[in-house]
Design a protein around this ligand. Structure first.
Ligand code: HEM
Length: 319
């Protein structure tokens, strides 16, 4: 009965949100446009207050248990969880019993230590880099629906051929920022996740260095990681150019100068990376294909191998 009422309330809310406030704008979009940050803040505050209430009243464990029971009753998830757990831990006994290497068990788990080592949070940086990568992929797919990789400069006013110039790429960015539903939020999330990923990959590398985890037997993973760092930076660079605004153009000029200044193979490098020795529409076509296909393909394969090696070799013990 209670459940039916909740379903009815949810359907009621959905109908309300679908109703247009004016001729064409749905209420949800109208609200998001006007009160984006207030709504995000209120949703977060509501979630924190709700969980806080359950915690204070002592109902939190029951709520978690009931939710799990409700899902488990329908999908028998406990079977898959215990199967996965068994497989996960069995590798160490079946594949490498003599090595003494563990699956990624935590230090406390392995030695049954009751203390918490203060460096532990730094061990989450690789996982956080992976999380940022997933967020970037999802938001990037959304942006890809609207972005146009056209870097050819055309006059803003066709009547004045020598006047101000723009490009299809820049115009599509303007469209995303002003017309596309949630476009500016998705672009902002993509932008900040990119910064977050560069920072977390770098800090992850420092963590690996300072605990000496790059040593035998993890040399290959260190080398793979170094390539991943370069890929992450190159992701950022190619993405920075895509809006083809003044910043992108300036960054493109610097990159092109750097590529062409390489002795002997400079022009070839410029051709491969920038599509020529001048910044033209071809530069954007190339940056776009690198950004949405070549780098994601190589990056995803390398990340899978990198994390599989951690899974096979286990986490290094701190030195
Ligand atoms: C896209 C970038 C990267 C992702 C998604 C990633 C992901 C991960 C994850 C999830 C782990 C296990 C948990 C952890 O230690 O944080 C790990 C471990 C490791 N990573 Fe990365 N990583 C990346 C870049 C790098 C870089 C730049 C380096 C070094 C140049 C590196 C070297 C290593 C090594 C040697 C380990 C094993 C550490 C140990 O056993 O304690 N990784 N990585």
């Amino acid at each position: 009965m209670k459940f039916n009422r909740i379903i009815a309330a949810i359907i009621g809310c959905l109908v309300l949100l679908a109703l247009p406030v004016s001729a064409e704008t749905p209420i949800l979009e109208e609200l998001m446009r006007k009160y984006t940050f207030l709504l995000i803040f209120l949703s977060l505050a509501g979630a924190v207050a709700g969980i806080g209430y359950l915690y204070i009243t002592g109902l939190l464990p029951k709520a978690i248990f009931e939710t799990w029971r409700w899902i488990d009753e329908r999908f028998a998830l406990h079977r898959y969880v215990s199967l996965a757990k068994r497989e996960y831990y069995s590798v160490v006994y079946t594949l490498m019993p003599a090595t003494g290497r563990t699956m990624p068990q935590s230090h406390t788990e392995r030695y049954n230590v009751k203390a918490v080592w203060y460096w532990y949070p730094f061990y989450s940086l690789g996982g956080l880099s992976f999380f940022a990568y997933i967020v970037l992929a999802i938001t990037g797919i959304y942006l890809g629906f609207y972005y146009i990789p056209d870097g050819v400069m055309v006059p803003v006013d066709p009547e004045v051929p020598d006047g101000e110039k723009t490009s299809g790429a820049y115009q599509s960015m303007e469209l995303i920022m002003t017309q596309v539903s949630f476009g500016y939020i998705i672009r902002a999330v993509h932008h900040w996740s990119a910064h977050f990923m560069v920072a977390s990959v770098f800090l992850h590398m420092m963590r690996v260095y300072f605990v000496g985890a790059y040593r035998n037997p993890r040399e290959i993973n260190w080398m793979l990681g170094s390539i991943l760092l370069m890929i992450t930076i190159f992701f950022g660079y190619t993405g920075y150019l895509l809006p083809w605004d003044e910043l992108g153009f300036a960054a493109g000029s610097i990159g092109l100068e750097m590529a062409t200044s390489i002795p002997a193979i400079g022009p070839l490098m410029a051709q491969i990376v920038f599509g020529g020795t001048q910044l033209t529409g071809d530069t954007i076509t190339r940056m776009y294909w690198l950004h949405i296909f070549v780098l994601p393909l190589i990056g995803t394969i390398l990340i899978i191998i990198h994390m599989a090696l951690v899974w096979i070799q286990g986490e290094a013990e701190p030195h």
